[in-house]
Design a protein around this ligand. Structure first.
Ligand SMILES: *[C@@H]1O[C@H](CO)[C@@H](O)[C@H](O)[C@H]1NC(C)=O
Ligand SMILES: *[C@@H]1O[C@H](CO)[C@@H](O)[C@H](O)[C@H]1NC(C)=O
Ligand SMILES: *[C@@H]1O[C@H](CO)[C@@H](O)[C@H](O)[C@H]1NC(C)=O
Ligand SMILES: *[C@@H]1O[C@H](CO)[C@@H](O)[C@H](O)[C@H]1NC(C)=O
Ligand SMILES: *[C@@H]1O[C@H](CO)[C@@H](O)[C@H](O)[C@H]1NC(C)=O
Length: 379
């Protein structure tokens, strides 16, 4: 009867006693439920914690919808460069290195162009032309004063390529730290194999194909490093840096480097030399001229070309190199710049191409540079 009533609570069969009976059934059901859940909770506890049956507990982590559970998530470059990691967290993350050399997927090695700037990039249109048609072979990173407002349209190669930045001062450790920050951010993309440091006043001297060939086929990384025995070289060495840094290891070079991935990681993960240079290389010891060349000479001298691929003119004297303006930009000028190195060593052979980039160029040079680009640089 009760079951039938439950099945078909028609108006005809309804009486005064029915709701009370229903309530009783519900109550019994409730009590059963409580008892049952109490028992099951206890069993769960006993097996889950005392019994140690790991299989009883489901893993709390399950992939969210849209998140890949394949290799993909480990090799995809970060979609947003403006992460919220601190420098300490970033450096830790950037120095996670695979223990196996061979990549189990088709890796397309790229060149990271890292721009260390104060703010705007007045020569950006020239660089846009340089990069045009080479998507997938390069990536761009920009470090600027934190107060600077980024201004690039979505069509630009510089769009959303700024990294979290801090103030960097010439000749101070904050400058080296900015360079390490650029390297660390670029290391997050596993496809980046070569790392070039540039400034807002730098220009390319050759087209992308020639530049890429030169860098990717070199057995050496282009870090300027020479042993200057004078007062502006070894004269800046402080004996307290020994034994980690011996005076015979002391090197000088311009900061505008090109490094392979292994050397980039070595620079980012360094704590030993960083400490020494921070404590004992302060103006008039300009740390950005000594830290990386000296450190890499100690750790990896055999893979350094010991020369920079960024041309600069010191012939006018003084503590700053020459800055070129609108009037300097002629075909003859670039012929001179390109031939100024005469002959350089490249993988043990002589080459007439010594420099791939040049500085320093004022914003006013943009128009004449764009006009000459095809004729002079082939891009
Ligand atoms: C080395 O650096 C320390 C700390 O800055 C300084 O006290 C000392 O005079 C320096 N020594 C030389 C030889 O410059
Ligand atoms: C450090 O330099 C001195 C010369 O100043 C040299 O005699 C010595 O062998 C060097 N030590 C190391 C460990 O390179
Ligand atoms: C660069 O200099 C180091 C010594 O500082 C040397 O061992 C290395 O062979 C040099 N590199 C080239 C390409 O000559
Ligand atoms: C490279 O050029 C120099 C002259 O600048 C010459 O002495 C040297 O023998 C040349 N090296 C090679 C490998 O041709
Ligand atoms: C790059 O420049 C070289 C030398 O000027 C030229 O032969 C080559 O065609 C250029 N490459 C492209 C893709 O324009």
């Amino acid at each position: 009867m009760a079951i039938e009533e439950g099945k078909d609570p028609g108006p005809v069969t309804r009486t005064r006693g029915l709701p009370v009976r229903l309530l009783l059934i519900l109550l019994m059901f409730l009590v059963l439920c409580v008892v049952f859940s109490f028992i099951s909770l206890n069993t769960f506890r006993r097996f889950g914690f005392d019994g140690g049956v790991a299989g009883v507990i489901k893993p709390s982590y399950e992939p969210c919808i849209g998140e890949s559970s394949g290799l993909d998530q480990w090799i995809r470059p970060p979609s947003n460069l403006m992460h919220t990691m601190s420098d300490e967290e970033l450096i830790w993350r950037a120095t996670l290195v695979p223990g196996i050399r061979k990549y189990p997927f088709k890796r397309n090695p790229k060149v990271a162009f890292m721009f260390l700037t104060k703010g705007p990039l007045p020569l950006a249109p020239l660089w846009e032309r340089f990069f045009k048609g080479h998507k997938g072979r390069f990536s761009i990173y920009v470090h600027s004063m934190p107060s600077y407002n980024k201004e690039f349209p979505p069509s630009s190669v510089f769009y959303k390529r700024h990294i979290p930045s801090k103030v960097a001062e010439w000749g101070r450790m904050s400058m080296c730290d900015a360079e390490r920050r650029l390297l660390a951010n670029a290391l997050l993309d596993i496809s980046n194999e070569w790392f070039i440091l540039l400034s807002e006043s730098c220009i390319p001297l050759y087209n992308f194909s020639i530049t890429l060939n030169y860098i990717t086929n070199s057995k050496y990384s282009f870090m300027g490093a020479f042993d200057d025995t004078g007062p502006y070289g070894r004269g800046r060495y402080n004996g307290s840096m020994a034994p980690e840094v011996n005076i015979t290891d002391w090197r000088k070079g311009s900061q505008w480097f090109e490094l392979n991935r292994r050397l980039a990681i070595q620079i980012v993960e360094d704590t030993t030399y960083h400490q020494k240079f921070e404590a004992f290389c302060k103006p008039a010891c300009y740390v950005d001229e000594h830290y990386f060349p000296t450190m890499l000479t100690i750790q990896a001298a055999n893979v350094l070309a010991n020369r920079s691929i960024t041309w600069v003119d010191w012939s006018r004297g003084g503590s700053h190199p020459a800055t070129f303006g609108k009037g300097d930009i002629t075909v003859e000028f670039f012929k001179k710049v390109r031939e100024s190195g005469k002959i350089c060593d490249y993988n043990g052979r002589n080459t007439t191409i010594c420099y791939l980039f040049a500085r320093k160029f004022a914003p006013s040079t943009l128009e004449p540079l764009l006009q000459l680009a095809t004729e002079v640089f082939s891009f």
